[in-house]
Design a binder for this molecule. Structure first.
Ligand code: 13P
Ligand code: SF4
Length: 346
């Protein structure tokens, strides 16, 4: 059972003048998205986590969907799934705390088997990762002999181990084309697979997995954003259904969306993705107005500052992957990392 830890033993989590001073710079940076009145609730954790990171020689990696107090307050590195995997493979720290979902922590462990990888709440899953098993892939291989399997990183280590190569939303088209095959099995995200199929001549065999957050957006909702907010620039994640993507001005990974806002500097933006993204990005671009539809990923939201602090203090929950499975999964990840980031966003 997971417990919510308010104040780890031996640590006073008060908003003292020292804590206020130590966290003042972050508080000032995030004041547009975390009201100053709320900051005293987060600040003691931000200060205590900084202390424990030093003691443990640890880094906190946070996905773009983490809440602003995590993203801006305690993360040493932030990014999309690809960036987190790349960073996890090269960090010198002894301990990685993955503020994200379980498949991201497993990916870090596969790429850094000698490091301690902690996930603050092991129940942080993903509907895509839950939609397919290694046995499903073995059946697909029987049905389509010789057809290579491309797996989205949003999968378990066992599924990666059965795959030829992994991909993220930042390189899916390039990875599919890197195989030089006339057709591929692409799993588990049906909508990302359809998006890829629309951008390549390679035939794509799909699996019917969906992201429970992105599948809920509708084209009608996007049209309402446009009607209600003249001139709005609509950015969507490729895990959204095809009719939603057809209404968007730009489609790309979470990192590509952030980059696009920085380059295009639209006056008004809606990011059709998980809600915390807009809060995190708004901190960087105070001149851009963000219209914020609320679509929470319940798995990402299991990660909180108290749980990150507890992870560092108690050195749990350790992510372990069977070495034989990890060795095969690492090959699929290494092929993806060799392709790198090659966004095909529009
Ligand atoms: P990105 O790789 O674009 O960050 O997406 C990961 C994810 O889980 C989106 O729902
Ligand atoms: Fe999985 Fe969707 Fe949550 Fe991303 S947003 S972790 S794809 S359930």
């Amino acid at each position: 059972m997971i417990q919510e830890h308010a104040a780890p033993a031996g640590l006073a989590l008060d908003y003292t003048p020292e804590v206020a001073r130590a966290t003042a710079a972050v508080a000032a940076r995030v004041r547009a998205v975390i009201p100053p009145l709320e900051w005293p609730l987060h600040a003691p954790y931000v200060a205590a986590i900084a202390d424990w990171k030093r003691r443990r020689n640890a880094v906190v990696l946070a996905h773009n969907y983490q809440t602003p107090e995590i993203f801006h307050g305690v993360a040493d590195f932030t990014g999309d799934s690809l960036a987190l995997a790349q960073f996890g493979a090269r960090t010198e720290a002894a301990v990685i705390v993955l503020a994200g979902v379980h498949f991201m922590a497993e990916t870090a462990k596969i790429l850094s088997p000698g490091k301690t990888v902690l996930i603050p709440d092991p129940r942080a899953g993903c509907s895509l990762a839950a939609s397919i098993t290694a046995a499903d892939i073995r059946l697909l291989r029987q049905r389509y002999p010789g057809v290579p399997v491309v797996s989205y990183v949003n999968t378990s280590a066992e599924v990666k181990a059965e795959s030829d190569v992994c991909c993220t939303s930042a390189n899916a088209v390039a990875v599919v084309e890197s195989l030089g095959a006339p057709r591929v099995i692409f799993l588990p995200d049906e909508y990302l697979g359809r998006y890829v199929a629309g951008q390549t001549a390679v035939e794509v065999i799909l699996w019917r997995g969906h992201c429970e957050v992105h599948e809920r957006f509708t084209a009608a909702e996007l049209r309402e954003f446009r009607a209600g907010h003249p001139g709005i620039h609509v950015l969507a994640h490729p895990e959204c259904p095809p009719e939603v993507l057809a209404e968007a001005d730009f489609v790309g990974s979470t990192a590509a969306m952030i980059r696009h806002v920085g380059e295009a500097r639209p006056r008004r933006v809606v990011m059709v993705t998980e809600c915390s993204m807009s809060d995190n990005v708004a901190v960087e671009f105070p001149d851009v107005e963000f219209v914020r539809p609320c679509a929470l990923c319940p798995h990402m939201k299991r990660i909180t500052l108290p749980k990150i602090l507890h992870a560092l203090e108690a050195m749990e929950h350790r992510v372990e992957v069977d070495p034989a499975v990890a060795a095969r999964a690492r090959e699929a990840l290494a092929r993806m990392l060799a392709v790198g980031r090659r966004e095909s966003g529009r």
